[in-house]
Ligand binder design. Structure first.
Ligand code: ADP
Length: 168
């Protein structure tokens, strides 16, 4: 799988799927979640509500999929990152699950390109360096069948620097 790094706004990315750092309610939070719902339109929230009615909240580390609505991407994969806390090992495992479960869901849809934000490194306060190592490892170790390219979309300078160092 090819790995790319882009600095910018994930809502502008043309990929088969972009990943949202959602919260377990699936009904909107802050940060990238707000940006995705704002740019993608009500259709995404409507589908999130349907998923909630069907299966309840989305557990940490798991992923669900909706349409991309008005976004340039066909799908949004919503995954729930862990809130950083004292149980560091558990947090690391859960963050890794976010990437792996998003990739698995993408494969089940036959997706070729997928773009990730830096899950949990905003409001959820996961240390950025550690989060980036987990993200890059999870993607590198994944054995893809349909996915050809994963894009890490870094919004802030610090994450961009960290990812640049890891990927180059
Ligand atoms: P979390 O609650 O998982 O920490 P946040 O949305 O607060 O989620 O932050 C996750 C990451 O997304 C942060 O690194 C933040 O800088 C980044 N981010 C915020 N807005 C955007 C956007 N429009 N495109 C890409 N990344 C974004």
């Amino acid at each position: 799988m090819k790995i790319e790094l882009i600095k910018g706004d994930i809502t502008k990315i043309e990929a088969d799927a972009i990943v949202n750092a959602a919260n377990s309610s699936l009904l909107g939070g802050g940060g990238v979640d707000v940006a995705i719902h704002r740019a993608g339109g009500v259709e995404i929230l409507e589908e999130c509500k349907e998923i909630r009615n069907r299966q309840g909240k989305c557990k940490t580390g798991e992923a669900v999929v909706t349409t991309g609505g008005n976004l340039p991407s066909k799908y949004v994969i919503h995954t729930v990152g862990p809130v950083w806390n004292d149980d560091e090992e558990r947090c690391c495992g859960l963050l890794s699950n976010c990437y792996i479960n998003s990739l698995k869901l993408a494969e089940s849809l036959g997706i070729k390109t997928i773009a990730f934000p830096n899950i949990s490194t905003g409001i959820y306060r996961f240390p950025k360096e550690l989060a980036a190592q987990i993200a890059v490892n999870a993607v590198k170790n994944f054995q893809p069948e349909t996915i050809e390219k994963a894009i890490f979309v870094c919004f802030d300078d610090e994450n961009e620097m960290i990812y640049r160092k890891l990927i180059d």
